[in-house]
Design a protein around this ligand. Structure first.
Ligand SMILES: [Zn+2]
Length: 422
């Protein structure tokens, strides 16, 4: 019988747990992250050089030979290992190399579909290290969380390829639920070390049972207008502000970053190697810690908000986010906000699927300029500007709060879209 692949499963779930590797295991993780980066960068280097020759129909002989030799260098894993013999080290997971090759192909595909993704570029050695591996399920082995060479031993221990037994910590509630499910397949596993020297393992999971029980229907529907002044306005007239601690935290982060760049400049002036400059390293860690804190708080806020919306409504509607090109000229604050929105919409999408609810995005065109009561669209002469927080419709005379009116239009559009799909 053919084994099921990840795509064959009806439900998918991402599980991230913190792992606590020993010194030896840390070395193995480092080695595999180095291997993944080296292989990825080799692909980048080869293709960059080939691209330099340009697209010509006829090449001179030696260029043709050079291109052939370059292609050869990345054609097989053996060729890569011949060039970088250290890749043969017994601690190196062959799947870490295979995944790096695949990620390079994927980066190209990403570039071809979404242009702003950029062409694949070198992965610099940074404070964040990662590599990916996959479990191997034996032919007659049952598919579960406990049967492959990457498996759960108990609520606190994992077995991972090359790393062997490793301690971990995850949400007790989620683990109880996962362990009780009949068939769960582990897909790609990503091992990461972040800037604060914390280690994590992220598992892609697949199953034909839902990972979370569907929520009871509430018969409530809501439209959301995302905007810059606050986090959002909804079709019921509620306005949700951006969390205040977030701004305070960002100010602290900016100060710490300024101090860090001063210290780097000074160390360079005094010809001290950066890695040995203790005060630089100390400040770098502080910046990493503050950044992690800001991101975590932002994420917590987005998780809380999206869960409440999905659990309490059968239909949640937002606008589609515009392509990044349109945002290019806006301030940095705008693009940070934009990233938050993208994350938020991503959460709404997967939570709607997880809890059995509807999440619909609609074309935002004219949602602000259309009167929700009579449908009149404001024209060139009386178009609303960002300053007009409230307005009165010249046709039907109804008074609107701008963003709430927009949220109502978004909900109406989503309902029409949903009806046309059924
Ligand atoms: Zn009107």
């Amino acid at each position: 019988m053919e084994q099921k692949k990840m795509v064959d499963y009806a439900y998918h779930y991402g599980l991230k747990v913190r792992i606590y590797p020993s010194q030896q295991q840390k070395k193995t993780i480092q080695r595999n992250a180095d291997a993944a980066r080296c292989v990825y960068n080799e692909h980048v280097a080869v293709n960059k050089e080939i691209a330099q020759f340009g697209k010509r129909s006829i090449y001179i002989d030696f260029i043709e030979k050079r291109i052939e030799a370059l292609r050869e260098r990345i054609s097989t894993v053996t060729a890569l290992k011949d060039r970088y013999p250290w890749l043969r080290h017994s601690d190196i997971d062959s799947l870490s190399i295979a995944n790096a090759r695949q990620n390079y192909q994927r980066a190209w595909k990403q570039f071809r579909t979404v242009h702003h993704a950029g062409v694949p570029n070198f992965h610099k050695k940074s404070s964040v290290e990662s590599y990916q591996t996959n479990p191997h399920y034996g032919k007659d082995k049952k598919i579960s969380l406990f049967t492959s060479n990457a498996r759960f031993l108990d609520q606190h221990h994992l077995m991972l390829p090359k790393l062997k037994r490793i301690r971990f910590q995850g949400s007790r509630k989620m683990l109880d639920r996962l362990f009780a499910m009949r068939e769960v397949r582990i897909g790609t596993i990503t091992i990461t070390k972040d800037g604060l020297h914390r280690y994590f393992a992220s598992f892609q999971l697949g199953s034909n049972e839902p990972f979370i029980k569907a929520c009871p229907k509430t018969k409530a529907e809501i439209g959301i207008d995302l905007n810059i002044e606050n986090f959002y306005a909804d079709s019921n007239g509620e306005i949700l502000a951006n969390p205040r601690y977030y701004r305070r935290q960002k100010r602290r982060l900016a100060n710490a970053q300024r101090k860090l760049s001063c210290r780097i400049v000074r160390a360079k002036k005094e010809h001290r190697p950066l890695r040995e400059a203790k005060n630089v390293e100390k400040q770098r860690l502080l910046v990493a810690k503050l950044t992690a804190q800001v991101m975590q708080r932002r994420k917590d806020f987005l998780h809380r908000t999206s869960t409440i919306l999905i659990k309490n409504h059968d239909l949640v509607a937002t606008e589609e986010l515009r392509s990044r090109n349109l945002l290019k000229n806006h301030a940095l604050a705008m693009s940070i906000q934009d990233n938050g929105w993208r994350m938020f919409l991503g959460m709404l999408t997967y939570k709607a699927a997880l809890y059995g609810k509807n999440f619909v995005t609609v074309d935002p065109r004219n949602t602000t300029q259309t009167c929700n009561a009579c449908g009149r669209i404001m024209n060139d002469k009386d178009k609303l500007t960002l300053k007009d927080r409230e307005w009165t419709c010249p046709k039907c005379g109804i008074h609107h709060i701008r963003d709430v009116n927009a949220a109502k239009n978004i909900l109406a559009r989503a309902k029409a879209k949903l009806a046309s799909m059924h």
